[in-house]
Design a protein around this ligand. Structure first.
Ligand code: SAH
Length: 235
């Protein structure tokens, strides 16, 4: 092989890595949905469609864009993480989103879970304790033209009383016990999806449903690992 051809073979990957196109990302999302999500049993066609359409690479730090569609969580700064794609899809399916639903997410983080949920419901309210993350996610969701998402920086332990009741509540950080406010703010027929358990130990992904009479049923779905839902430090 001529010398220059060998040289090209060596340097080309470095150029092409920077030039991942919209098509490359779309192909990566198709593979992600097929191999990580459908294969593990997520079936809701609307959820799968939203996972195929949501540009996860925009929600991770730019340096990690190439790994955005891998089968793992990624750091997003401030010691927090964006969940593994499968867990986002699973939690979204468990919430059984319908077009008329009003949803609350506690733990905006990167904004990705809110973006996945947005096309599936009427409105998403999402609250984040950490101002740096909350403000960054708010800007990104606006830049990406998500019009039915409202963001707020604050303590999700109290829920979002002014916008309650919610048909869906998704908590993406783990409390040791489910905050009362989140159960109170669940509408009749509502679904609360939350990882519950002690910090730095195994947590259980739980689904709590409130029926038309207000009666609650709880079921555990699977062991998971989330960052803790933190209490706001006393001022
Ligand atoms: N849903 C996010 C991942 C969130 S990681 C995504 O799609 O990227 C959990 C987030 O919960 C972190 O950003 C953390 O700062 C936030 N958090 C922790 N305690 C909180 C609280 N009490 N209220 C609101 N957000 C909280």
């Amino acid at each position: 092989m001529p010398r220059y051809a060998l040289f090209l073979l060596m340097v080309l990957p470095f150029f092409s890595r920077d030039a991942a196109s919209a098509d490359d990302y779309r192909a990566a999302r198709e593979r992600m949905v097929r191999d990580q999500i459908e294969d593990r049993g997520v079936r809701d066609a609307r959820v799968l469609e939203s996972m195929r359409n949501t540009p996860r690479h925009r929600f991770v730090p730019a340096a990690d864009a190439a790994h955005a569609y891998g089968d793992h969580p990624l750091p997003i700064g401030e010691g927090q993480t964006i969940s593994q794609p499968y867990i986002v899809a699973l939690m979204t399916e468990l919430a059984r989103p319908r077009p008329s639903d009003k949803a609350l997410e506690v733990g905006t983080g990167s904004g990705y879970q809110a973006a996945v949920l947005a096309p599936l419901v009427k409105h998403v309210y999402t609250i984040e304790l950490e101002p740096t993350l909350g403000e960054r996610a708010a800007k990104l969701l606006t830049d990406l033209n998500y019009k039915n998402v409202t963001t707020r920086v604050g303590d999700g332990y109290a829920g979002w009383p002014e916008a309650a009741p919610f048909d869906i509540v998704i908590v993406t950080a783990a409390p040791e016990h489910i905050p009362d406010a989140l159960i109170e703010q669940l509408a009749p027929g509502g679904r609360l999806v939350v990882p519950v358990g002690p910090m730095y130990a195994a947590q259980e992904l739980q689904v709590i449903e409130k029926d038309a009479t207000g009666k609650l049923t709880t079921r555990s779905v699977s062991p998971v690992r989330f960052v803790p839902l933190r209490r706001k430090p006393e001022e």
